[in-house]
Design a protein around this ligand. Structure first.
Ligand SMILES: Cc1cc2nc3c(=O)[nH]c(=O)nc-3n(C[C@H](O)[C@H](O)[C@H](O)COP(=O)(O)O)c2cc1C
Length: 181
């Protein structure tokens, strides 16, 4: 097993400047920076996927595909949009899956987390995303699940203690999962 830190490709479905899912990743990164090397890809830079351009993709999509190839695993961080996950994340998953027969996700280990201000904390989004991840043959960690209602107030810019404990316990399990890759 490699002693190097596993490289994790990070895709965040919240693309607004004040995205709470970006904030969640900030907390995740702070807690996990010694365990992983993170490669955060700005998925809004990808054009809409089209079969017209899949064989000779634009540079940004070609770069994305190289970064999918280079990662040990993937961390998907999703907001919930209308009980599903945002199209910008589906677009990124589609780019990595094509051309037909060249699905770059196949066999990669993955984690999925997300946050919303709503009570179910992205369950609807993650539930739908898992269906697509299964089809893409991503090996997604099943447990623990990470549904997270974003706190209405942070404590000096940090997550409240119990929420941070929850995050840390997820990270510990995700590290075990990635170490097996
Ligand atoms: C188009 C749209 C649909 C939404 N649908 C849901 C939803 O189904 N469930 C939910 O909890 N929040 C929903 N929200 C609220 C989002 O959870 C909230 O805007 C959140 O801040 C989005 O994540 P982000 O800040 O990381 O972009 C929706 C927001 C938008 C813009």
């Amino acid at each position: 097993m490699s002693q190097e830190k596993p490289r994790i490709l990070v895709l965040i479905g919240g693309i607004s400047k004040d995205s709470i899912n970006k904030k969640l990743f900030g907390f995740f990164r702070d807690e996990a920076k010694d365990a992983f090397e993170f490669d955060e890809f700005d998925i809004k830079s990808l054009p809409f996927f089209s079969q017209d351009i899949e064989a000779d993709p634009p540079a940004v999509a070609a770069d994305f595909k190289e970064r999918v190839k280079a990662c040990r695993g993937v961390l998907l961080i999703t907001p919930e949009y209308n009980r599903s996950f945002p199209g910008v994340l589906k677009n990124a998953l589609d780019w990595g899956s094509r051309p037909y027969g060249q699905n770059l996700w196949s066999g990669k280990r993955a984690g999925i987390i997300g946050t919303s201000p709503g009570a179910i904390g992205t369950f609807g989004a993650q539930n739908q995303m898992r269906q697509i991840m299964n089809f893409l043959n991503l090996q997604t960690m099943n447990q623990p699940e990470f549904y997270f209602k974003f706190p209405s107030e942070l404590e000096n810019g940090k997550l409240p203690g119990s929420a941070n404990d929850f995050l840390k316990s997820y990270i510990a399990k995700f590290k075990e999962w990635m170490d097996k890759a």
